[in-house]
Design a protein around this ligand. Structure first.
Ligand code: AMP
Ligand code: MG
Length: 287
């Protein structure tokens, strides 16, 4: 499957409207996609093993989406099979008082993956240019300079872009996923959360209130993606109306990224090799 079609590494001409929410990438049905996803997951597992063994770089998978777009399900299905020791998932909610008392990147920076690990951000510092922008949540003590105006948001995109360059240069590879769901599909999913008692817990009244800001969010996503897409930290715009396709596509992208890192098991030195041979001999001769 061609993943380039979904990739944005230069935001200059980016328009979210050009991206379909219901694309199925030529797949006819769920079973077909599931079988390919499982093959990808097996390969991801073996790449993860090398990433962990090498213990140099890490991958930071950032997942952003509107409510009910399928973030949690994506994490559950695509990350199944990974070695839990090498995986770190963080979900970012409304910031605490302590977090608000720091610069906006503080809480994310504390949660970055260690070397050799796969870090998953379920929401991220992008919320600070999405929900925070849509609802104008910057408080005076958080921004001790001038007014919160266009220049403020422009600067914040720049801070994010520079931060991602910093991450990349330090061996933390950012992969940014936007689950692009349609407004109609979101309604369907809210309805099923309301109608199915096993899904009631997922429903929040706040989600319906946020839905009223759909257009503002789309605009905020448009602006954020176009300002922060780059070669080293591209965005992937994932058609998310079909959950099975979104999951397959993310597995495909993730595998592609890991493969592109040319991961290898660490080579051991001649001396180390000789020591291993000695150890083997000692074990064989053990009485
Ligand atoms: P959920 O992911 O459904 O558990 O919801 C988490 C909520 O936290 C969402 O409504 C987010 O918009 C909100 N949230 C996440 N990060 C921030 C932030 N930096 N500032 C304000 N709200 C946030
Ligand atoms: Mg929610």
């Amino acid at each position: 499957m061609k993943i380039e079609k979904y990739k944005v590494s230069d935001g200059k001409d980016f328009s979210l409207d050009d991206f379909a929410t219901n694309d199925k990438g030529g797949y006819k049905n769920k079973d077909e996609a599931l079988s390919d996803m499982n093959k990808n997951i097996e390969k991801i597992e073996s790449e993860q093993d090398k990433l962990y063994a090498q213990n140099q770089k890490s991958v930071l998978l950032i997942i952003q989406a509107m409510d009910a777009a399928g973030k949690d399900g994506l994490i559950k299905h695509v990350m199944t099979g990974l070695n839990p020791q090498g995986t770190q998932v963080f979900s970012f909610k409304q910031p605490s008082a302590e977090e608000l008392d720091h610069d906006f990147l503080w809480r994310y920076n504390k949660s970055l993956p260690e070397r050799g690990r796969i870090g998953i951000f379920n929401r991220s510092y992008y919320e600070d240019v999405l929900v925070v922008k849509v609802h104008n949540l910057i408080e005076v003590n958080q921004y001790p300079y001038n007014k919160v105006n266009d220049k403020f948001w422009y600067n914040r995109y720049e801070h994010i872009k520079n931060y991602e360059k910093y991450l990349y240069d330090n061996g933390i590879i950012p992969v940014k996923i936007f689950l692009n769901v349609s407004k109609d599909e979101q309604k369907e999913r809210f309805m099923s959360r309301l109608n199915d008692s096993s899904k009631n817990w997922k429903f929040s009244i706040a989600d319906v209130k946020e839905r009223a800001y759909w257009n503002e969010y789309q605009k905020a996503y448009q602006d954020a993606i176009s300002a922060t897409a780059s070669e080293i930290a591209p965005w992937y715009i994932i058609p998310a109306d079909k959950k099975w396709f979104a999951r397959l596509l993310v597995s495909e992208i993730f595998l592609h990224i890991l493969k592109g890192m040319n991961l290898e098991y660490p080579q051991i030195s001649k001396e180390e090799s000789a020591r291993l041979a000695d150890a083997k001999k000692a074990l064989e001769e053990e009485k």
